[in-house]
Write a protein that binds this ligand. Structure first.
Ligand code: HEM
Length: 117
């Protein structure tokens, strides 16, 4: 079971790579107001949701304690991220504030994951 949990954490991290990597590719054009929500960001955010929920289930099935408050905060931030990316996925240009919010909340979730025990 431990191998499976670690493999899903690996997929969870690949999701971060897609979401945050997609955001970072847009940083240069963000200042010119020409940034967009790239497909990698939507796929990454969906991967975070699916693998995150799977990790909760697998950890509980294996009798590991899950910090439900921490997971709730991470889920709430991801719902905002997913909502922004999904609603604006077809827009040719998105405001810097929307893109910046996605980047900031994703980074916040990384630090919540690693610093909050
Ligand atoms: C942008 C969103 C997210 C980011 C950046 C993120 C980041 C991370 C990272 C870096 C880890 C590894 C931490 C470690 O092993 O020390 C992790 C683990 C985990 N994540 Fe996420 N996560 C996100 C969303 C979610 C969501 C939505 C859920 C649940 C619905 C979730 C549930 C978990 C669980 C259960 C673990 C393993 C146990 C733990 O360390 O708490 N994550 N996450």
């Amino acid at each position: 079971m431990d191998v499976l949990i670690h493999a899903v954490v690996g997929l969870h991290i690949l999701g971060i790579a897609a979401l945050l990597g997609g955001f970072l590719t847009q940083l240069k054009v963000m200042g010119k107001g020409e940034a967009r929500m790239v497909p990698a960001m939507l796929h990454g955010a969906l991967t975070m949701l699916v693998t995150g929920v799977a990790l909760v289930g697998l950890n509980q099935a294996d009798d590991h304690t899950v910090n439900t408050f921490k997971i709730g905060v991470k889920l709430a931030l991801l719902i905002v991220i997913l909502g922004l990316v999904y609603v604006k996925r077809d827009e040719e240009k998105v405001e810097a504030a929307a893109l910046g919010t996605v980047g900031a909340l994703t980074a916040a979730n990384v630090f919540i994951a690693v610093l909050w025990v």
